[in-house]
Design a protein around this ligand. Structure first.
Ligand code: C5P
Length: 232
């Protein structure tokens, strides 16, 4: 199969309220670069990358445009305004994807420790099946709670995974999924759940826990430690 052109969508429009502080998470610095720059630099090394679209808040548009022009001088790049939910931010970005794109990768700005090898594993599986999601096995037992905090179910841990990003799909499939979600006002906590709704086949690709999402203050402390020990 010919290698398909890959478009990258990075949602970076979150307010970062769980972390506190004025600067949104993607624009905090780790080892002299913003978290968003670290994430973008990982994708720069992936072959077949033809387009990059970042969704961000109005205040950060210019900074992000300059960042993209520096990192990707030869790739077509756009910055779009984010929306209320992550899904709205990605919806806005999807509108910029060109007809030349075969595969669309969505990657959270705040997962700067993604490895190039894991991105490429995911690209390969998505190209074959239609969708691929990097994921790690649940290490804790997961409980499903009821309204009074009572446990209503304990699913078998061996089938439980934590979905990460990148989540990569055939371009036509993710467009169909987002159109369907918009039409029926469906919101999912990840992109794969929308693709699953339209019957798309999505496979899990074993990732690594280093690809954690910087969400809470402790995550930022760990990220700072890792960045200092040159793990970025
Ligand atoms: O807050 P959450 O963990 O869902 O954020 C995941 C990613 O989605 C972050 O990179 C964040 O900046 C982005 N996001 C966005 N638009 C929103 C909410 C989150 O682009 N409305």
């Amino acid at each position: 199969m010919d290698k398909q052109q890959l478009a990258l969508i990075i949602p970076a429009a979150g307010s970062g309220e769980r972390l506190g502080g004025d600067v949104p998470k993607p624009y905090l610095e780790l080892a002299g670069k913003t978290i968003l720059e670290h994430s973008l630099l990982k994708f720069k090394q992936v072959s077949g990358l033809g387009e990059v679209i970042v969704s961000t808040s109005a205040k950060y548009v210019t900074q992000t445009e300059e960042m993209l022009a520096t990192i990707f001088p030869d790739v077509s790049c756009f910055v779009v305004k984010g929306g209320k939910e992550r899904q709205d931010s990605i919806r806005n970005a999807l509108e910029k994807i060109s007809g030349k794109t075969g595969l669309v990768a969505v990657h959270d700005a705040v997962r700067p420790f993604i490895t190039v090898q894991d991105i490429e594993k995911c690209v390969e599986k998505a190209s074959l099946w239609g969708g691929a999601v990097l994921a790690i096995k649940a290490k804790d037992t997961i409980k499903i709670s009821g309204t009074d905090m009572e446990i209503v179910q304990t699913p078998d841990r061996k089938n439980l995974w934590h979905a990460q990003t990148p989540q990569i799909f055939w371009a036509a499939l993710i467009r169909e999924a987002y159109d369907y979600a918009e039409k029926y006002n469906i919101y999912g906590s990840d992109d794969s759940s929308l693709v699953e709704q339209v019957g798309g086949k999505v496979v899990l690709v074993q990732g690594s826990d280093i690809n954690f999402k910087i969400t809470y203050p402790l995550d930022l402390k760990i990220a700072e430690y890792l960045a200092k020990s040159e793990k970025l």
